[in-house]
Design a protein around this ligand. Sequence first.
Ligand SMILES: Cc1cc2nc3c(=O)[nH]c(=O)nc-3n(C[C@H](O)[C@H](O)[C@H](O)COP(=O)(O)O)c2cc1C
Ligand code: SF4
Length: 574
Amino acid sequence: MPPVENHPPLLDLLWACQDAKGFLADEDIAAIAKRLEMPFIDVEGVCTFYHFFHRKPAGKYIIYLNSSILSECNGFEELRKAFQEATGAPWNGVDRKGVFGLYDTSCIGLSDQEPAALINFHPFTRLTPEKVFRIIKALQSGVPVPELADRVENQVRYIPPGDKAVLFREHTPGRSLEQLKSLRPEEVVEEVRTSGLRGMGGAFFPVGEKWKLCRSHEAPTRYVVCNADEGEPGTFKDRAILSLVPGLLIEGMIIAGYAVGARQGILYLRAEYRYLLPLLEATIEQYRKMGWLGKHIPALEPFDYDIRIQIGAGAYVCGEETALLESLMGRRGEPWTKVVFPVERGYLGFPTVVNNVESLSAAARVLEIGASPYRSLGTTQSPGTRLLSVAGDCERPGIYEIEWGMTVRELLDLAGARDTGYIQFSGPSGIGVAPTEKDRRICFEDLPCGGSVMIFDQKRDLLRILSNFTTFFKHESCGVCTPCRAGNFILSRKLEKISRGLGRSADLEEIRQWGNLMRVTSRCGLGKASAQSIIRAMDQYPDYFQKLVLEKGREKGFLMEEALEAYRDAAGEH
Ligand SMILES: Cc1cc2nc3c(=O)[nH]c(=O)nc-3n(C[C@H](O)[C@H](O)[C@H](O)COP(=O)(O)O)c2cc1C
Ligand code: SF4
């Protein structure tokens, strides 16, 4: 008999204490350590890794205000003050009576409804100072948080015309699974390979190839893990799938489990989406009742397969697949050096497929509509469609299901973006695109997109955008390797120095050197990508950066010889 998953419950136990008490005291850590027969220090090490576990009382109402750049552009500072005034709590602290805790947090997946906050993990969107005072007053008078929380909107603004929608076409529960009755697992893998479907979590690795590799490793069992961590700032497309078509995702996880020979699927859900838990649990239960999950799935004998949900605890790096597996195993979410890959040795040492929410949902559609029709959509190297989370300075923020190959110009027109000055594709880890590049095509061959498109109009300050990204990486670096830990700190200080008017041309050069070092020597994608946007922006807008070190310097009376020299060069005065 293959081993049954005996999942280490450490994160769940920490959550239970955190929820009950609002923090994790020494005695809680000691009790958990005793129960799991672990050293105290190991439990504490896990606890302190995650943002949402607190070692000191954190308030009866824990408020997390999103500090991403889109929140910053929409009044973060004003709201921070309003929350402080209304609650009496200091920033990143608790009020004297221990009622309100007030913290900033990285993107909470509500960029289309900013500014937004979570209160006890319930969503509050489109905040204004007046709304903040109303909410706090209601909480003070005893109104329960869920009664005050907002309903999260999932606005699908565009789907391809005709019969081309993939994710957001009509969903009939179980339809894709019917195909499994006439297909052997290896035929399912072949169908997905033929479709050319690529992973949608950012690395674009072909889904069918990953499943085939996983199958190729002999093992008593294998695992399927759905990556619903969606932490890249500006991204909320997985939230839309989880909210609007959760059954489609569950079908994708069942198909993946059947294809690779797994007995257990695990949905790793970011804590920021805890409000989706009841819906997702009900959906899993629905598929159990339909006979597609559980012991002895009648239609697919002898296939046993079930799905459970693991809630994360606030760590962007846990979206990286090996950090995610560490977290699933109840450890600190520190990425692995890539000596082995999860398809060979993953969760609990068994071959594991980790796929993004959208990848698994699209795989279900591939079975439903067929590999060839899917392949006929999009471009040669990126067939099918892709979901984009579009937000920022545009009239119609929301979810866009586009056929791969759409131009940036077409997308901006659809979204109602005007006077665009800068577009950030794929979040802070991605790349910035200038308005002069509007004819580029969103596809693997030209401009691959991880799912987020942040639009900034010409009034926005590029330096402020990049500074926000760098602060984000500085906080989210797991710190395990020096180039990323030190590099993000240094980049952040350099940008701060420049924005204070103290920058010199040499700082720009050092940013470049550090960025290159981080790209080459960091262990995981976080460190490798975190300087990418700054360096690209410096290449795209050299005059802007030169002027920045000059003009900011002039404002402060710190005009350096060297900067003046560079200015003369740029102005052709030599
Ligand atoms: C720092 C970092 C964060 C990541 N965050 C996510 C995430 O939130 N969701 C996701 O699906 N993939 C994320 N990834 C990519 C995963 O490591 C992995 O490639 C992906 O889950 C595989 O699924 P796919 O092949 O279906 O795309 C992240 C990678 C890095 C380096
Ligand atoms: S690159 Fe950064 S996030 Fe990744 S392992 Fe190194 S320190 Fe951690």
